[in-house]
Write a protein that binds this ligand. Sequence first.
Ligand SMILES: Cc1cc2nc3c(=O)[nH]c(=O)nc-3n(C[C@H](O)[C@H](O)[C@H](O)COP(=O)(O)O)c2cc1C
Length: 168
Amino acid sequence: MSTDLDALLGSADPPLIVVTTAAEGERAGCLVGFHSQASIGPQRYCFWLSKANHTYRVALRSESFAVHFLTTTDRELARHFGSLSGSETDKFAGLDITVTEAGVPLIADLPNRITVERIAMLDDGGDHVCTTARVLAAESAGDFTPLRPSHVADLSPGHSSDERAVRP
Ligand SMILES: Cc1cc2nc3c(=O)[nH]c(=O)nc-3n(C[C@H](O)[C@H](O)[C@H](O)COP(=O)(O)O)c2cc1C
């Protein structure tokens, strides 16, 4: 079954985003493939963070997030946010960023983005946790061609999903 599932999802090749957040002055962000608009009226957006990731640990203490949409010109930023971990390095050092009132980093080179406020987190026992959020604001720099996993197939994630802490 997993071979067929892998084939189906590989063909779907969903657009990639970078989710950023901050809590108590600690900034975090990672590359995310699991995400979707989840309601039209009211406007809702969902994304799933891996329990293995530094971004997830910061997200547990944050209610504010930015969702940056990647284009085919953003391979290097995808590599940066998808293969490094905030538990070892400050991913925002050297990047041109501004911060929202809530302290969430906005990446200047990724101008297609939304800011959101968490409504709930759903942990269904899988290796990723769903954050469902209300859309506060959206900024668009115009039409773009999304960056997809097939464009960065050689990228190894900073944390694999099976690295999460498990109950003893
Ligand atoms: C193509 C691709 C898709 C990914 N999708 C997700 C995702 O949906 N959710 C997630 O939490 N991590 C995802 N990751 C993994 C993280 O981006 C990666 O482990 C990152 O280094 C974690 O950084 P952090 O520890 O600073 O949070 C993906 C990685 C790649 C290469």
